[in-house]
Design a protein around this ligand. Structure first.
Ligand SMILES: Cc1cc2nc3c(=O)[nH]c(=O)nc-3n(C[C@H](O)[C@H](O)[C@H](O)COP(=O)(O)OP(=O)(O)OC[C@H]3O[C@@H](n4cnc5c(N)ncnc54)[C@H](O)[C@@H]3O)c2cc1C
Length: 283
């Protein structure tokens, strides 16, 4: 419950949403509402609903793909364009996302900005080298890789995320998304996303990122380096899985101990790379 909520306003355009957001310090965006509706922040006095503001598009041209911030997981799952991006990595995540009711409301933009360390979209956008476009007093384009570091400095929490930009080269890479949870649709204990160009069994431009392992989604640069330019073999898989533990120290919580997550992380890295290698010829 939001104890000080006074206004609920449905913005009819991006411009109107930005105006409402900048006019009132207590204004916050609501998209699908599956996260913010559970907030009890006393600072929020107004919610600006952006579901009618015209950001529910998925567009493709020669330069790449743009995903509007209010595209839902259901729409992403059905999109022929997203079924091709990174071998359909976003659609794969949507297949494993909660129930149909939540998928119909939850947005891709809301998941990117959600406070949960296990959210599915941040690791996917990391391995797609995606960029986020924000609108406020000015327009800012921020690489997902630098989002956490730039968030406070640029005041991104008080801006509107309008769309996600995925350039042609990463969009055309092979991709894999794997979520290890208690059930198919539960949140991940370890979630991994991977992309690479695949030639024969050889991987290049390898990207690996995990969620649910530490306080935020992160890339695994040592594990990526262990697989870069190599033909995938048992030795390469073991080297990459071992290297992943140099990149991250898994946390303990109610779902799993640090030791269990460390084991699962290594399984996840091996499985993601092996599945990438099996997509030979599709990138
Ligand atoms: C039962 C259940 C199951 C779930 N399962 C999963 C799961 O499997 N995987 C997963 O990743 N998540 C899961 N979630 C979490 C949640 O549904 C997702 O993170 C969802 O994508 C959030 O999107 P939303 O549109 O509902 O966000 P909202 O609740 O509307 O917003 C979330 C936050 O982002 C801000 N925000 C949203 N859009 C914008 C924008 N365009 N610009 C600026 N700020 C914005 C809001 O102000 C708020 O702070 C689950 C939630 C529930 C309730």
């Amino acid at each position: 419950m939001l104890p000080n909520l006074q206004h609920y306003t449905v913005a009819q355009s991006v411009r109107e949403a930005v105006l409402l957001l900048t006019r009132n310090e207590g204004a916050r965006i609501i998209a699908g509402g599956t996260v913010i509706a559970r907030s009890s922040s006393p600072r929020i006095t107004q919610l600006v609903d952006i579901t009618k503001a015209g950001m529910d598009y998925i567009a493709e041209d020669d330069t790449g793909v743009r995903i509007g911030a209010t595209v839902t997981f259901s729409a992403a799952r059905e999109s022929p364009i997203l079924r091709k991006v990174g071998s359909g990595i976003i659609a794969q995540a949507a297949d494993h996302f909660s129930s149909a009711i939540v998928r119909n409301m939850a947005t891709i933009g809301g998941d990117m900005l959600s406070p949960y360390n296990w959210a599915d979209i941040p690791p996917i956008l990391l391995v797609l080298d995606a960029k986020l476009r924000f609108m406020g007093a000015r327009e800012l384009i921020v690489p997902v890789e630098r989002y956490t570091e730039m968030r406070k400095e640029l005041g991104l929490d008080f801006m509107l995320l309008t769309d996600i930009i995925i350039e042609r080269e990463p969009a055309d890479r092979c991709g894999v998304f794997l979520k290890f949870g208690r059930t198919k649709s539960d949140i991940g204990i370890v979630t991994i996303a991977a992309t690479a160009n695949v030639e024969g069994k050889k991987l290049s431009t390898v990207r690996l990122a995990v969620a649910g392992v530490t306080s935020q989604a992160i890339r695994l640069p040592s594990a990526e380096a262990a697989a870069e330019g190599k033909a995938v073999s048992d030795d390469v898989l073991v080297a990459a899985a071992t290297a992943a533990l140099q990149d991250v120290t898994p946390a303990s919580d109610v779902r799993a101990t640090s030791e269990y997550r460390a084991e699962l992380l290594q399984v996840a890295v091996k499985r993601a790379l092996a599945q990438l290698a099996s997509q030979e010829g599709s990138s």
